[in-house]
Design a protein around this ligand. Structure first.
Ligand code: OGA
Ligand code: MN
Length: 297
């Protein structure tokens, strides 16, 4: 099928037609998608209306798939209602109803409204996320994306030099508290399963060779710097990347699949009335590579 591409923004993000995701993707199409992602970093595929199986199979073409861990530590009512390798980014419970306000899974989702890079709190570099819109609320609930390569490119030379070799501490619990999840909901079961990790602040993305800023709300500290100073610098960098000129805001249509490179973009969910409307969003995420012991496949 011929692939056509339309840019959606001056610096990144495109819509592609001619791809139907699933288990049957040719090596040529995989290569084309890799090349498009290296250029655009966000790719919108409309009218996919995919099944969970198709979405899970599609992700595997691009790297070992990650499995969700965080919310499952909150007991059976937070068991994953989706198959293995699928993250639940929606507001629907095991009973098919809207999650109640005090539900841990709902509390965890609040942090998605802050700018972040998926799984930057995992020890392995995460590569891409693929999010499908199954049920879209009638108003609100866009996903905003920002280009962290454009953010890096436009930093003053002195800042680029200052950042060379610096690492940041990333933790999902840092962003959950910042997003409004009560701190007392985070215990040792949670911190043991997802302890903090350290990531370089500047990364070079393999295929494009472009440098990018690895910041966002999971990053809370810069080792070797006073905590306040580190946090201030990380917030400044996140603000720099998320200037309006670097943002593409995706307005969802049911059936969309949006893929993004977590290594060089930030994203956030925008608010909607999550007590009134259902929003069913399902995500697969792949890593750049896997060690033999990881729960990825
Ligand atoms: C995610 C996420 C944003 C949204 O699934 O990682 O941040 O709009 N989702 O649901
Ligand atoms: Mn996310």
């Amino acid at each position: 099928m011929a692939l056509t591409v339309n840019a959606l923004h001056p610096v990144f993000a495109a819509e592609a037609t001619g791809i139907k995701i699933g288990a049957n993707i040719s090596p040529e199409t995989v290569e084309e998608i890799e090349n498009l992602m290296a250029v655009y970093a966000v790719l919108v595929l409309r009218d996919q209306n995919c099944t969970d199986e198709e979405q899970v199979a599609f992700a595997k073409f691009f790297g070992p798939r990650e499995s969700p861990a965080g919310a499952t530590t909150y007991g059976p009512q937070n068991a994953n209602r989706l198959p293995m390798y699928m993250f639940d980014a929606g507001n629907i419970g095991l009973d098919g109803e809207i999650l109640p306000l005090d539900n841990a899974r709902r509390q965890m989702r609040l942090g998605d409204r802050l700018w972040h890079s998926d799984s930057s709190f995992n020890p392995l570099p995460t590569k891409w996320s693929m999010l499908s819109g199954r049920v879209i609320p009638p108003e609100g609930g866009n996903t905003d994306f920002a280009d962290a390569r454009a953010g890096y490119d436009s930093l003053p030379e002195s800042m680029k030099q200052k950042l060379e070799g610096l690492v940041a501490e990333h933790s999902i619990w840092h962003s959950r508290v910042k997003g409004g999840m009560p701190a007392e909901m985070i215990g040792t079961a949670q911190t043991n399963i997802l302890p903090p990790v350290y990531q370089p602040i500047v990364r070079t993305i393999p295929r494009s060779g472009r440098k990018s800023l690895m910041v966002g709300s999971h990053a809370g500290r810069i080792p070797g710097m006073p905590t306040d100073e580190g946090r201030k610098l990380l917030e400044e960098l996140t603000d720099h990347v998320t200037q309006p000129k670097y943002i593409y805001s995706h307005v969802w249509k049911q059936g969309d699949l949006v893929m993004w490179d977590n290594r060089c973009t930030l994203h956030r969910a925008t608010p909607f009335d999550d007590t009134k409307f259902k929003r069913d969003m399902r995500r697969t995420t792949c890593a750049e590579f896997a060690p033999s012991w990881a729960a990825v496949g």
